[in-house]
Write a protein that binds this ligand. Structure first.
Ligand code: GUN
Ligand code: ZN
Length: 437
């Protein structure tokens, strides 16, 4: 499918965001749009990027130029929160978070004690990411260590940068889905030693959420983070009002939900908290002070009726945020569909989410949320060559709409509103084409 030369040359229309910003009003001036551009990658990294005219002196001899004259090329999408074992259960009817977990999620996750089953779904999952233009994701596995091995192996086959971890969960779930404080520590430690920094794999300590961990287990999670400071922490926070009340009753000695995680040393620069729909003001301040990140999951928040995430607060409080699909509470693998719903969630709160801000969250902002801004998120030289070739005319209706687009921003907004997996023409990982329509 892809040629195996260490060098790739891609020509086409490129769009990215050059630099991190502090405020959405600064994004437009950081937009870089090359009508006729060239990206040269070598051994997976971006070696040269610029206009076709300037490229002439840099084009390597005898390397085919992969030309996409009709498409639009953007950095690979980054999904900051997704559950691979829930791939098969998208669209589970009628419940909100806590009953949804008991009715649908736990029975589904039980299947992953079977290594073959885990491998099958892991492979399907990675292909689905690529089919949707997602080149990096922060992923929940199940409590079973083998589910983690299956996923990292599947990702390594495609050379993908992926962060994942074994769920730690020692109460309030079926016995077969529970570990213990001690076994979760031992299993996670062995997985960190096996996978963290292996190729493009990175590990996340993954307590499911405060209600399914005893204080002893959260203590162990904190111990792991101390012993391996550059691994990630990945969990859920303040998604649903009943969940928040439950956490307060389980941990009455703590000041609130986030304080539970903070107390056990689980906040910080590489900590990602999914949802954060109902944070209190002191919690927003603590998210900022600890440099923790949020995964905003609009399709999930709407599907489970969890609430409307106040995206503007992330700018006001200077808290890092990325987009998450949260499959299988979320309803699409597509970051385009996720942005479509993100826009509506902001509309319902009287705010406007611009197309350029959307692009920022899906790429460079997501990279920052995962503390990978030095490696991912735009076409700067030296970064990893992960990118997506988008087809703006995937359907007749989209083609009609695009023909009326007044600017690149308008064109992008229409794509984010109407696009889905049909809009992904090709996906490149580490300089090589790994999916093509
Ligand atoms: N909170 C705890 N577990 C889960 C989960 O699997 N999905 C979502 N959306 N929220 C959770
Ligand atoms: Zn989740």
């Amino acid at each position: 499918m892809s040629n195996c030369s260490p060098i790739s040359v891609i020509r086409g229309r490129f769009l990215d965001i050059q630099q991190l910003v502090q405020h959405p009003s600064e994004i437009a001036e950081q937009v870089r749009y090359l009508e006729d551009g060239v990206l040269i990658s070598e051994h997976g990294k971006i070696k040269w990027f610029g206009t076709w005219q300037d490229a002439q002196a840099h084009l390597p001899k005898q390397v085919e130029i992969q030309h996409y004259p009709e498409q639009l090329i953007v950095p690979g999408f980054i999904d900051t929160h997704i559950h691979y074992p829930q791939t098969e259960m998208v669209g589970a009817y009628g419940e909100q978070l806590l009953s949804w977990l008991n009715t649908y999620t736990f029975p589904t996750e039980l299947q992953f004690k079977d290594r073959n089953y885990a491998e099958h779904i892991a492979h399907f999952f990675i292909q689905e990411l690529l089919k949707n233009g997602t080149t990096t994701a922060l992923v929940f596995c199940t409590v079973h260590p083998e589910s983690v091995n299956a996923l990292f192996e599947a990702a390594a086959n495609f050379n993908m940068r992926l962060i994942a971890g074994k769920v730690m969960m020692d109460r309030h779930a079926p016995d077969d889905l529970c570990d213990t404080a001690d076994s979760s520590y031992q299993d996670s430690k062995a997985l960190i030693e096996k996978w963290h920094g292996q190729g493009r794999a990175l590990y996340a300590i993954t307590p499911r959420f405060a209600p399914t961990s005893t204080p002893e287990q959260l203590e162990k999670a904190g111990q792991l983070k101390q012993e391996f400071p550059d691994v990630y922490v990945h969990t859920h926070l303040s998604e649903n009002k009943d969940e928040i009340a439950w956490v307060k009753s389980l941990f009455p000695e703590r000041q609130g939900y986030l304080d539970v995680y903070h107390h056990y040393g689980l906040t910080g620069q590489r900590s990602v908290f999914a949802h954060c729909v109902h944070l209190e003001d002191e919690e927003w301040n603590r998210m900022h002070d600890t440099d923790s990140a949020i995964a905003f999951c609009p399709t999930s928040n709407l599907f489970l009726g969890s609430g409307l995430f106040p995206l503007n607060k992330t700018w006001e409080k200077q808290v890092k945020v990325g987009l998450g699909t949260d499959i299988g509470a979320g309803t699409s693998f597509s970051q385009l569909q996720t942005l479509n719903e993100a826009y509506k969630v902001q509309q319902l709160q009287g705010n406007k989410l611009s197309a350029f801000e959307s692009l920022y969250h899906a790429t460079l902002g997501g990279a920052k949320a995962l503390d990978l801004q030095d490696k991912l998120g735009n076409f700067n030289i030296g970064k990893e060559a992960d990118f997506v070739v988008l087809d703006l005319n995937a359907t007749a209706l989209q083609s009609l709409r695009q023909s009326r687009a007044k600017s690149i921003e308008d064109s992008l907004f229409a794509l984010f509103t109407m696009g889905d997996d049909r809009s992904i023409h090709a996906t490149y990982v580490y300089g090589q084409r790994k999916f093509s329509k």
